[in-house]
Design a protein around this ligand. Structure first.
Ligand code: ATP
Length: 364
């Protein structure tokens, strides 16, 4: 099934969606959201619960209509069409398979609804089951399959109709961790094989980073950042993104000619920090800056290291050792040390440094 996308991309243009809140007032689930999703892209909508991801997916599918804004697929305006006229299909977390139909009948069902005979649908059904690696399971009923296999059938059913865009709403959330990892690899393979545009919702940042060609990080109904996983991880647009994705320590510092003066008096040399947002605003003069630090960008140095702290805990986590330290001003930082390195006991005084340019100044 190689159907390279024929559209020119999915465009979300200034979409706003409000709901009456059950407790009174209005909830703005989406607030002027714009996104450009490219053909054959694996695009992830990431964010905490309640930030509007599902509402956007439902708006693309036609299960919700925007109060303001438009949705386009290539040159076709989608938001004025009923769901069944959109070249878009959805896979939900609950697989929504018909229990009384066989696997093959479940996959065939959507095609028959579109007017195909069962005989005409049969080769498409076989191809879709082949794609999800269940060619031998067509005669089983859903209850005779594992959770992961049921999820594959739901995927086969959605793909058999050859949508241009496949919407996936936390499709792996019900699977245990090991199965989930396996299905992530499968999903990536299937997306690459078919060339269908995937729009995938998750609140799991690891899943988003490992699957997405690009991701949009949602923050309370708005898009805080769009970028490749590497861009979003290494150059978060603001404090919310830095906090939500990966492990981050934050330091508040005052910008001086010598560098960044921390609360306890230590000064981090200017070359340790590059940055977004408010770096420019301070113009090298005074002003407060928030510096985000990833554990792998901090190092334990000697007595001449610019920062000083006391080790509070060292935890062996298998792949590395996490050292939690408290700086002179009371800020907590986490440092990642390779396994095998001598790891300091709680109470040890240590010098700390940041790899050049790896501290990241963020807008608060
Ligand atoms: P989750 O990961 O928990 O599904 P989400 O990011 O997908 O969250 P949405 O389901 O899009 O978030 O919800 C966004 C906001 O809109 C939430 O505050 C939610 O309570 C509200 N909301 C969504 N649908 C409705 C509705 N039909 N009526 C009222 N409020 C709604």
């Amino acid at each position: 099934m190689t159907s390279a996308a024929s559209h020119d991309g999915l465009r979300i243009k200034g979409v706003t969606r409000r709901f009456p809140a059950p407790e009174g007032g209005i909830v703005t689930a989406l607030d002027d959201v714009s996104l450009a999703i490219e053909p054959a892209e694996f695009f992830v909508l990431l964010g905490p619960s309640g930030c509007g991801k599902t509402t956007l997916l439902r708006t693309i599918a036609g299960l919700e209509y925007p109060d303001e804004g438009e949705v386009w697929l290539g040159s076709e305006r989608l938001d004025v069409l009923p769901p069944y006229k959109r070249r878009v299909n959805t896979v939900f977390q609950s697989y929504a398979l018909f229990p009384h139909l066989t696997v093959a009948e479940n996959v065939s069902f959507g095609l028959e609804m579109e007017g195909m005979s069962r005989k005409e649908a049969a080769p498409l059904v076989a191809e879709a089951l082949e794609l999800v690696r269940l060619p031998e399971h067509g005669r089983r009923r859903p209850a005779q399959l594992s959770g992961g296999q049921q999820q594959r059938v739901a995927l086969a059913r959605a793909l058999a109709k050859r949508p241009e865009v496949l919407l996936l709403d936390e499709p792996l959330a019900a699977l245990d961790l090991k199965l989930r990892r396996g299905m992530q690899t499968e999903l990536k393979r299937i997306q690459q094989t078919t060339g269908v545009t995937f729009v995938f919702v998750t609140h799991d940042q690891e899943e988003a980073i490992s699957l997405g060609d690009r991701l949009a990080v949602f923050q309370e109904g708005t898009v805080a950042q769009v970028g490749t996983p590497q861009e979003v991880y290494e150059r978060p647009a603001n404090r919310f993104v830095a906090d939500f994705i990966g492990e981050t320590s934050f330091l508040t510092a005052e910008r001086t000619d010598a560098g960044f003066r921390l609360r306890g008096g230590d000064v981090l040399p200017a070359d340790r920090v590059s940055g977004a947002g408010d770096m420019g605003d301070t113009g090298g003069g005074g002003g407060e800056v928030t510096i985000a630090l990833r554990p792998e960008h901090l190092v334990i140095g000697g007595a001449d290291a610019p920062l000083h702290g006391v080790v509070r805990e060292s935890v062996y986590v298998g792949s590395d050792v996490r050292v939690g330290a408290e700086l002179a001003g009371g800020e907590q930082v986490v440092v990642r040390l390779p396994v095998g390195a001598a790891f300091p006991e709680p109470g040890t005084r240590v010098g700390l440094d940041v790899l050049p340019g790896r501290g990241w100044a963020v807008a608060s």
